[in-house]
Design a protein around this ligand. Structure first.
Ligand SMILES: O=C(O)CCC(=O)C(=O)O
Ligand SMILES: [Fe+2]
Length: 315
């Protein structure tokens, strides 16, 4: 029986002190923990070493593909050193002996509700629905107040050289982050792409996809397949700056948190809107393929009451 959190990103500054993984009343169902390291210490990040408090194995140096398994109780108190540079990526899983805590079934039932309803199946559009806007607030203080922090989606785009234009009313700026949950456009070096993204997550995912796949994407046609690019007018520029000021209260924090990724900006140096426009379509194709896979697999998952069907065939 399995519980999992999706990929965890440990940005610079992240750490966790001594703890066991079942150290809260609501975590008592955890029997075993498994951490799969998705990238390597020394290559992708510095710091972030894993330590056991007791026992023979004291320190684990994360290396891509390694899986660390231990009991979730106080026999295995552990900690993670502060990440001092780069981004540490892990996949964390918890196993329970108690089947009532099986998260597969919860997820399958949720997915069935969404996808076995024909109406929602037909109306599917592969754009991510953002969570509430304060989910994306980050600040140095524990209390994530928008007066001090940064909006992490916006900060990530900013560090990669993009900014955002929203044609929404001026007074929407008052609502700050909520503006990012509405349709918006991307700008870069005073140029504006007329294509309208559904929301900030849509824009961010296309940018990430472009960074990931830019070498594999088909060559752009001479004209942009999505919208056109214009020079930002003076009033538009003012609006872009106003939004930036409203969403990034702590500029230094934005760079500290995401700036290490700047090697990616070399890929963005000869940025080409036509290529980017190809990425918009390619991303849409990619996500709708994933969606089709999910619909195809769902009956099988329901049948087996599990998403992760391990095969025990001997080689
Ligand atoms: O990422 C790791 O190495 C361990 C993470 C951890 O201790 C936890 O998530 O409870
Ligand atoms: Fe832990």
């Amino acid at each position: 029986m399995l519980g999992l959190l999706p990929v965890t990103s440990w940005a610079k500054g992240a750490s966790i002190g001594w703890h066991s993984d079942d150290n809260r009343e609501y975590l008592k169902q955890r029997d075993f923990s498994a951490v799969c390291y998705l990238n390597s210490h020394g290559e992708s990040f510095r710091g972030g070493l894993f330590h056991f408090k007791d026992g023979e194995l004291q320190t684990v140096v994360p290396s891509a593909g390694d899986l660390l398994i231990y009991t979730a109780d106080s026999n295995n108190i552990h900690s993670v050193e502060e990440v001092t540079d780069g981004e540490r990526l892990t996949l964390t899983l918890w196993f329970s002996r108690n089947s009532t805590h099986d998260e597969d079934m919860k997820l399958i039932s949720r997915l069935s509700q969404i996808y076995l309803n024909e109406e929602s199946c037909r109306s599917f559009f592969p754009f991510p629905a953002p969570a509430s806007s304060n989910m994306y607030l980050f600040s140095r203080e524990q209390s994530f107040h928008e007066e001090f922090g940064i909006n992490i989606c916006f900060a990530r785009l900013l560090v990669l050289g993009f900014s955002i234009y929203s044609s929404s009313d001026e007074n929407l700026l008052e609502e700050r982050c909520d503006i990012l949950l509405k349709p918006l456009k991307l700008t870069r070096s005073d140029k504006l792409l007329s294509y309208e993204f559904s929301n900030i997550l849509h824009a961010l995912q296309v940018v990430q996809y472009y960074l990931w796949k830019s070498w594999d994407l088909p060559r752009p046609e001479s004209t942009l397949s999505w919208g056109k690019v214009t020079e930002l007018s003076h009033p538009q520029k003012e609006k872009v700056d106003k939004l930036k000021l409203a969403l990034i209260k702590d500029h230094k924090l934005a760079w500290e948190t995401f700036g290490f990724r700047c090697h990616e900006s070399t890929e963005l140096q000869d940025f080409n809107w036509a290529c980017f426009s190809v990425a918009i379509t390619a991303w849409e194709d990619y996500t709708s393929e994933k969606h089709k896979d999910l619909i195809r697999s769902l009956p099988h998952w329901i049948n087996y009451q599990s998403i992760f069907c391990a095969s025990f065939d001997t080689v």
